[in-house]
Design a protein around this ligand. Structure first.
Ligand SMILES: *Cc1c(COP(=O)(O)O)cnc(C)c1O
Length: 362
């Protein structure tokens, strides 16, 4: 068998080898059905059971109660940039939403929302190069349809530590890159969405959690497949869903549960990220990108001042089996994405490599 690398890619991200092996074993014959799960109807009992168990484990892991419905939608996280305004703008007559922009994904979400109502950027981290999440406190106009934020800024490695209080106005979170990475009371949000490919499974779908009173408000032009009410009523099956993505997500959720749940994930992610931040803080060579107060436990970002040296860092790390450390093309530098599936040993290998590299090069 070929050697699996430690994959630090931001997404699609690595999945635990035991999850991948299970998928491999079942690929030709899913539990004695004589066919793969991707060859069986999405309305047949084997898949309906998968869908049901996926929801019940997610609820068990997060404590999400009956106040919120849960479903999957096509198009990954960015399709939700459109689905959110289409479904929530009309909550208030003014059709206006507030966006808290702490990174590139927030910028794109707001650009999309503008097509369906008026938006106001109430917080903009851009002047600070998105290295920091600025303080935000404001008495909101209660006629605001919703407030949107990005819980973890995948490109820059910053993460909200405490969410703002938006009172009666529903808070919407793009939680794509930190869902299930730390204990979180998702019921405090009106809506949460997450593309699957960072912490949950394969790309292409988004997991959506919606407070029940926010259903049924879609604008008339909302495409059928983006209507939250319909997605809920049809239990994610308004059309043929990505059966494979949900199947793998179930295995991933079972894996999280077997490890001890979200609290254990959080503890490990804190330990992993601290290992890297300690190396950065002790170093003369590496410069951490994110402000210490907003550091993410999911994506650790840093730079080397010398471009040539950075290139050598990337080449040599790859030779050590440390894969996909190149930062996002908009940010540059190095980014280590260390989601739930990344084992502590992988992060230790990276920390050791970083220290060796610094010794060699300086
Ligand atoms: C990766 C990412 C996205 C984009 O996801 P797609 O599924 O490719 O649309 C959006 N938001 C955040 C926070 C992300 O990390």
């Amino acid at each position: 068998m070929s050697q699996r690398v430690y994959n630090f890619g931001a997404g699609p991200a690595m999945l635990p080898t035991e999850v991948m092996e299970e998928v491999q074993q079942e690929m030709l014959d899913y539990q004695g059905h004589g066919a793969s799960i991707i060859e069986i109807s999405h309305r047949a009992p084997p898949f309906l059971e998968i869908l049901e168990e996926t929801e019940s484990i997610f609820r068990r892991l997060t404590g999400l109660g009956s106040s919120h419905v849960m479903f999957f939608m096509h198009g990954g996280a960015q399709m939700q940039f459109s689905a959110v305004p289409l479904n929530l703008m009309a909550r208030k007559e003014k059709r206006s939403a507030v966006y808290l922009i702490t990174g590139k994904w927030g910028v794109l979400a707001e650009e999309e929302a503008r097509k369906f109502g008026s938006t106001r950027v109430a917080l903009d981290g851009k002047p600070l190069g998105f290295r920091k999440i600025p303080e935000w406190e404001e008495i909101l106009d209660p006629e605001t349809s919703y407030v949107h934020l990005t819980s973890n800024n995948t490109l820059y490695g910053t993460q909200w530590q405490e969410y703002p209080d938006t009172g009666e106005v529903p808070l919407v979170s793009d939680s794509t890159s930190d869902i299930l990475s730390r204990k979180e009371d998702y019921s405090r949000f009106g809506l949460v969405y997450a593309g699957l490919q960072k912490n949950l499974g394969p790309s292409g779908l988004a997991l959506v959690l919606v407070r029940e009173d926010l259903l049924g408000l879609a604008l008339p032009q909302t495409p059928k497949l983006l209507d939250y009410q319909l997605a809920h009523e049809q239990r994610s099956l308004a059309n043929t869903t990505s059966v494979f993505s949900i199947y793998v997500t179930l295995k991933m959720l079972r894996w999280v549960e077997k490890q001890g749940g979200v609290a254990v994930m959080e503890q490990r992610n804190r330990e992993k990220s601290k290992l890297l931040y300690d190396v950065l803080d002790d170093s003369e060579l590496y410069k951490a990108v994110a402000d210490p107060e907003n550091r993410s436990i999911c994506n650790v970002t840093f730079r080397l001042d010398d471009d040539e040296m950075e290139k050598r860092f990337l080449e040599q790390s790859l030779n050590e089996g440390l894969y996909a450390l190149k930062g996002h093309r908009d940010v540059g530098g190095i980014r280590a994405s260390i989601y739930n599936s990344m084992p502590l040993e992988g992060v230790k290998a990276l920390a050791d490599f970083m220290q060796d590299f610094e010794r060699r090069e300086t």
